[in-house]
Ligand binder design. Sequence first.
Ligand SMILES: Nc1nc2c(c(=O)[nH]1)N[C@H]1C(S)=C(S)[C@@H](COP(=O)(O)OP(=O)(O)OC[C@H]3O[C@@H](n4cnc5c(=O)[nH]c(N)nc54)[C@H](O)[C@@H]3O)O[C@H]1N2
Ligand SMILES: Nc1nc2c(c(=O)[nH]1)N[C@H]1C(S)=C(S)[C@@H](COP(=O)(O)OP(=O)(O)OC[C@H]3O[C@@H](n4cnc5c(=O)[nH]c(N)nc54)[C@H](O)[C@@H]3O)O[C@H]1N2
Ligand SMILES: [Mo]
Length: 695
Amino acid sequence: MTHPASNALHAAPQVRTVVCSHDCPDSCSVKVGVQAGRIVSITGDPEHPITRGFLCGKVNRYAERVYSPLRVPHPLRRVGAKGEGRFARISWDEALDEIVARFKAVAGKWGPEAILPYSYGGTIGRVGMEIGTPFFHRLGASRLARTICTGSAVAGHRMTTGTGVHTPLEEAARAKLILIWGLNAVATHIHFMPFVKEARARGARLIVIDPYRTATARQADQYVPIRPGTDAALALGMMRHLIEAELIDRAFVERYTHGFPELAAAAAPFTPQHVEAVTGVPAPDVVALAEAYGREKAAFIRLGLGLSRHDNGGMMVRTIACLPALTGAWEAPGGGLLCYAWAGAVENAAFLTRPWPGDPPARTVNMVRLGEALTELDAPPVQALYVYNSNPAAIAPEQTRVLAGLAREDLFTVVHEQLFTDTTDFADIVLPATTFMEHDDVLSSYGHRYLQLSRAAIAPQGEARSNLDVFWELARRFGFDSPPFTLGFDEIVRGLFKPEVAEREGCDLEGLLAGKPVPSGAPAHPWRAGLKTPSGKFEFVSAQMTALGLPGVPAHVPSPEGHLDNGRRRRYPLQLLTPPSQHFLNSTFGETPTGRRLEGPPRIKLHPHDAARRGLADGAPCRVFNDRGECWLACEVTEDVQAGVAVAESIWWPKLLRGRKGINQLTSAAFTDLGECAQFHNALVDVEPAVPPTA
Ligand SMILES: Nc1nc2c(c(=O)[nH]1)N[C@H]1C(S)=C(S)[C@@H](COP(=O)(O)OP(=O)(O)OC[C@H]3O[C@@H](n4cnc5c(=O)[nH]c(N)nc54)[C@H](O)[C@@H]3O)O[C@H]1N2
Ligand SMILES: Nc1nc2c(c(=O)[nH]1)N[C@H]1C(S)=C(S)[C@@H](COP(=O)(O)OP(=O)(O)OC[C@H]3O[C@@H](n4cnc5c(=O)[nH]c(N)nc54)[C@H](O)[C@@H]3O)O[C@H]1N2
Ligand SMILES: [Mo]
């Protein structure tokens, strides 16, 4: 008889299926080969309708992350100064007891609202992302408004369409014209590209609208460079031409839209010349774009979230979302618009996100304003912070204030993390977290319609525990002994879906629980039954907008930081965009040597004129600065960006940059017009040659 261990070593690898739970619209089904408990291969699931057998580079190399020397191996307690990242090993029991004791002390002295949870999309598994919420609700801690990513896009889109109106991603394969608008799909949504390729093989044209020539723009039949934050003006110019040239679908407009006369009046001033003056898109190109869009009903707009992260981002999204209602593209096979997908009414997120009966009321703190929350908020001040699924020291705007807050000696900070990030450096207690290879979850996607269960492929590394395990264990220690804290993983998953809706919409919940990727079953053509807007129609004019003090009709609203010729613009003449990089995912993968090598040196793209005016050659070290902060990068001189625009693909780990100053030193925590998102692409800066550090 062979020894079981050597048997396992020699056995063929077992193939397990997990779902990538990183914050990405693709939510891929991943085949993992496991031998003797270790990952030996990672490939895309060929059976999954969107993954189609391939993965992004980041996840192909996922073993590098799972077995990274930077993994947090066991619980730790701080022994150095805040920010230093010096710790001593403690046991899980010691760590949890200390958290309970400190939380009780803070709640006793200041009230439970002095405890603030901070989390976002480390995992977008429905369980891992939401499972902390019931715990903090029961505790009476401050609640967190999680609007940093989709706040303005979702709000803007809803103003025009109500909830849940999007064209399934696969439809793009049938389109005759595809507009990728403010999205660098090659970097952030790679599983969309095969559908684009399929459409193009059948003769479709691809147009990309973006302020800089991205990897996606390079693949396009036509690239339309646009001044940042001016897309509403371009869309209005298109609408004006569509109306004037009779390229609209009168019957669709009549039946399914509200406020056409007001829209026509709003679009009238947007002559091609005016649009050129605002957007920088030449007048003939504006007309050509409108012609192309109006003459092809099977036109698919893939609208990115990037442009929603401007001061006027909600309005831009709302405005662009009016286009397919004007031409009736929604009705054409292959036509319509996808901004973010939505699993539909079958999902019951409220199961975890809504307070349960008896939970005390509490104030809400917005995650975009973490710096302010930690340094200024009073009555009560934040005295304890629990971070999971997030790396705020890198990703939150106004980083100077965020770091000042995290450095507070009187703040008790817990960070549940996979790796030693900038945020763990400031923790009093660090808890090791599992990766999606090591825990169970269930995924819906914000890019496609598929739901899928994910079962761990390998055992937790070191002493890592999942979010579910940790929160349920904390709940137990606090004596929370009623639902949901008494439910196991399978029961929670069942609670997250509505069987009656699944039945009605034909969503195969049993298949989902058996591990199959299943489409959510959200109804097609929801406008035919009436939309969830006040008028039940696509709203060209919106009373909800006016109620918020915003224009009721689509409008170009210039941003005070960006478009207006004010004092700030004169001092800081470059508009900085900080969009995602290909080899990192927000700050995640910032630790992997391969990701860093492929990304190259941390840098800022400048147009040759802007670089020359500042005496900067390609590769020269430079200091990027504004009133909020500064960040040292290398200058990349390239015509891929327009003059007056600077692009720093992000997010590098601050601790790898000079002075631990990351790109979010420069970004503002001011909210967008709708939905309280952050203005990650709406920061004015200047750049100068770097002076070497003195010390
Ligand atoms: N590799 C990689 N993939 C990712 C991420 C990552 O960091 N790296 N992030 C993930 C996350 S959290 C999200 S939310 C998603 C989506 O992540 P997003 O941040 O929404 O990224 P994109 O959708 O690609 O949109 C960014 C694009 O919008 C453009 N843009 C900025 N301002 C404007 C403007 O005013 N007008 C126009 N037309 N374009 C503008 C930028 O130049 C850029 O090309 O991607 C996910 N996928
Ligand atoms: N300048 C600039 N800033 C931005 C953006 C930008 O475009 N430009 N994009 C913004 C956007 S769209 C977003 S969504 C936010 C993203 O902000 P975050 O959600 O904070 O994203 P990440 O930087 O990826 O950090 C997630 C962390 O969660 C950890 N993690 C992963 N899985 C788990 C788990 O199961 N349990 C626990 N406990 N931890 C886990 C990872 O190791 C990682 O360190 O950043 C925003 N910040
Ligand atoms: Mo995001």
